[in-house]
Design a protein around this ligand. Structure first.
Ligand code: FUC
Length: 738
């Protein structure tokens, strides 16, 4: 059935109304939108709850005697363009902690009925408890429209708030206090200037100064507004530095302080939900008793073998929540920790790693209907081109065109550790995918195509011709695994992907016909995938894969996911070889991002239960009480696992890489009955799916304004061709696939 409007639009209207609901409704959220704990956080990375607006973020501890809100700005970085290429050189820099806001309360009696929750559908953290017969409520959010963190503290009785507020920078700055304002500012060794300000408004009671502290007494409520910024600008020509942030920080905090709390909250929730509410998911219900448990105990029950598919759905949406919170137009892209960091020397510098991690951060951006959140990646990669080119020429000589990158980089285009030569091609895939999903031709022409073409030029100059005429990437390295040699499968697959995407891009633009032909010829000469002696997909040109090797990187399976060179439908032998290799890599406990990659790979190989095994591992082995991904099971927070697992789950429910929309390609038994709304498919389509007992009930395909006219929809080995005009919807059911 094809209709002109979608039922989803009606549902959207309801969501928007929900967005302006008053404060008291915040505590009645559905259990699968809430991460909650029954005690304050003792540990930053495992227990504190993250909020963010893309640029500014914070972690809420919810202490009873003292609230601690640790905060970050994504651009507070040491370092520079680091032309040394040395990972340990000062130029590589570190992503910095910005500081902490502490609110100490005079009341010291024990608290009861304590609850600290993060409602991810509202992006609001709420702490509630009772003390001496009074109910206390603290709500904190980080507003994108108003660019401030707001924390409001209320109580059921009057005059209950007395205590002290301190704002403490992470670099031994001196905080100054004036009437109801706290300020600190500083300059890092690389001349980066920064400033944070807090404004406090109290109802009744009074606020007095005591050195660098605001002392409040007998207040009915407190509203604390925090703004912070740096002088960073994403512009190499300006040496990455702009104006001192003082004026902007002052205007953010002053403007917000003039607004009513209700208005700030309404604008914040509306803004968040304009992205968050695009996708809804139901993977089955957990028992009420399970839902009543705090998240850490729910995770424990899962670890003891109890089923809880609502936790699967929560983890899915949590990945979307986190991307909205740390990657918005105008911000820096999500780093290894998104945008949250409480140290001045975080693990791996909390930088951008190019051999899996940064890419994985954005695997969900398009398919999870958060296309705008992809933009910071393109912005930084484009802005970093001048230093990337400069470093490439220093290493490879002036004759080489284009650029490539090392394994890690910072927000000044500075790089460190080994050259990761195919990484720029992998980044180019993201530029292409943004077009493939949304089909925005102007973006393709002005942003994506120039990037793709320049990376192609690098490979034109860098590829090596073997005696038999075939082309290989010289001196490659399957990331963090194996020797340095020619024709490593990962490199070959990435170049194939780059050339294929660039050819398609040029074709769509009607540009560079001669060059398109040249790229097609080169692509045909590339050494392609190989099947080795135990039936495996070879990781190298030499058939040396060890069937007992459980290495976490599965780089030679790029062609299966996120690439598209190998698929069950188009290259079944190679797909089977990939399954042999992936099986040999094992089903043991692995690092978070590896779980996520294997989820997506098994889904692309149409093996639902193996895909679910890895999805489930992320819940049962890697998730912390705050649902952040512990990279090595249970330790070292790294956000890629959170993003990757959502992307992997989408591949289980919907695929569109092989020129068709595939409904429920790898639906696991654990999700036998459920529904998903608002997923995106390549070709500018939005898809809703409903299923019962493992069988499709309904698939709704909505064509966007740039949609491809004709598309095949596949389900269970059968296909149905659709022809949709922009704005048209088709509703399909089981009978369409007989
Ligand atoms: C890659 C991985 C490590 C870690 C690091 C940040 O080098 O191999 O496991 O995730 O990035």
């Amino acid at each position: 059935m094809i209709t002109g409007t979608s039922g989803r639009h009606a549902a959207k209207t309801v969501f928007l109304l929900a967005a302006v609901l008053p404060l008291f409704c915040l505590s009645t959220a559905k259990a699968d939108d809430v991460v909650w704990l029954d005690k304050p956080a003792a540990n930053w990375e495992k227990e504190a709850l993250p909020l963010g607006n893309g640029r500014l973020g914070c972690m809420v501890f919810g202490g009873i005697e003292e609230e601690r809100i640790q905060f970050n700005v994504d651009s507070l970085w040491t370092g520079d363009e680091n032309l040394t290429g040395d990972y340990r050189a000062p130029g590589m820099g570190f992503y910095q902690n910005f500081g902490n806001l502490y609110v100490a309360f005079d009341a010291k009696s024990p608290a009861t009925k304590y609850r600290r929750e993060l409602n991810i559908s509202k992006a609001v953290c709420r702490v509630t408890y009772e003390q001496d017969g009074t109910e206390f409520v603290r709500e904190t959010f980080c507003s994108h429209p108003d660019q401030v963190i707001v924390s409001r503290m209320t109580a059921s009785a009057k005059g209950k708030y007395s205590g002290r507020i301190r704002l403490v920078g992470a670099h031994e700055e001196k905080t100054s206090a004036g009437s109801n304002r706290l300020t600190f500012a500083g300059t890092l060794a690389n001349a980066m200037e920064y400033e944070a300000q807090v404004l406090v408004a109290a109802e009744n009671g009074k606020i007095e100064l005591e050195g660098d502290t605001l002392v409040f007494s007998g207040c009915e409520s407190l509203t604390i507004t925090l703004a912070a910024g740096t002088s960073y600008v994403m512009d190499y020509a300006k040496k990455w530095k702009g104006e001192h942030p003082h004026a902007l920080v002052t205007s953010h905090v002053d403007r917000a302080a003039q607004e009513s709390y209700a208005n700030l909250l309404t604008a914040h929730v509306e803004d968040h939900q304009s992205l968050y509410n695009r996708v809804a998911i139901d993977l089955g219900e957990a028992e009420d008793a399970r839902l009543a448990l705090p998240t850490d105990q729910r995770l424990q029950a899962i670890r003891e073998g109890k089923a809880d598919s609502q936790m699967d759905a929560l983890l899915f949406q949590y990945g979307r929540y986190l991307l909205i919170a740390c990657s918005r137009p105008g911000s820096l892209p999500a780093n290894l920790q998104g945008l949250w960091n409480d140290r001045n020397n975080p693990p791996w510098h909390a930088d951008y790693h190019s051999n899996i991690n940064l890419q994985m951060n954005y695997w969900l951006a398009e398919s999870a209907n958060l296309s705008e959140c992809h933009k910071p990646l393109f912005d930084l990669l484009t802005a970093s081109l001048p230093p990337f080119r400069k470093a490439t020429k220093l290493a490879y000589g002036d004759r080489i065109r284009g650029f490539t990158i090392r394994t890690s980089h910072n927000p000044f285009g500075g790089m460190g550790w080994k050259w990761n030569i195919p990484a720029s091609a992998w980044y180019a895939q993201h530029f292409w995918e943004h077009y493939a999903f949304g089909r925005d031709k102007e973006y393709l022409e002005t942003v994506a195509y120039p990037y793709l073409k320049e990376v192609c030029q690098y490979w034109e100059d860098h590829l090596k011709t073997l005696p038999d005429g075939r082309l290989v990437a010289p001196n490659g390295w399957s990331p963090e695994h194996g020797p340095t040699e020619d024709g490593v499968s990962h490199d070959q697959q990435l170049i194939w992907d780059l050339f294929s995407n660039t050819i398609e891009a040029a074709d769509k633009l009607g540009a560079d016909e001669g060059y398109r032909k040249k790229l097609a010829e080169m692509r045909d000469q590339l050494v392609g995938p190989k099947i080795g002696k135990w039936g495996q997909l070879q990781e190298w040109m030499v058939d040396r894969d060890d069937p007992k090797d459980h290495h976490r990187h599965v780089s030679h399976m790029f062609a299966v996911y996120p690439g598209r060179q190998i698929s069950r439908s188009k290259t079944p032998e190679f797909a089977e070889a990939a399954a042999v290799s992936l099986k040999a890599r094992g089903f043991g406990t692995v690092v978070g991002w590896s779980n996520a990659w294997k989820t997506a790979l098994w889904a692309r190989l149409l093996d639902a239960d193996n895909a679910y095994t890895f999805y489930h591992k992320e819940v049962s082995a890697n998730a912390y009480p705050n649902l952040w991904n512990g990279c090595w099971p249970g330790r070292v927070f790294q956000i890629d696992g959170n993003f990757g697992i959502t992307a992997g789950a989408i591949e289980m429910l919907l695929q569109s890489h092989a020129g068709e929309i595939h409904l429920l390609p790898a639906l696991p038994k654990a999700w036998a009955t459920g529904s998903v709304q608002g997923l995106r498919a390549r070709g500018d389509f939005t898809v809703d799916i409903r299923w019962t007992d493992g069988q499709l009930d309904e698939g709704i395909v909505l064509a966007g304004k740039n949609a491809l006219g004709t598309i095949d929809v596949a389900y269970n080995g059968k296909k149905k061709e659709l022809n949709l005009a922009p704005g048209q919807t088709a509703t399909l059911s089981l009978k369409d696939f007989r």
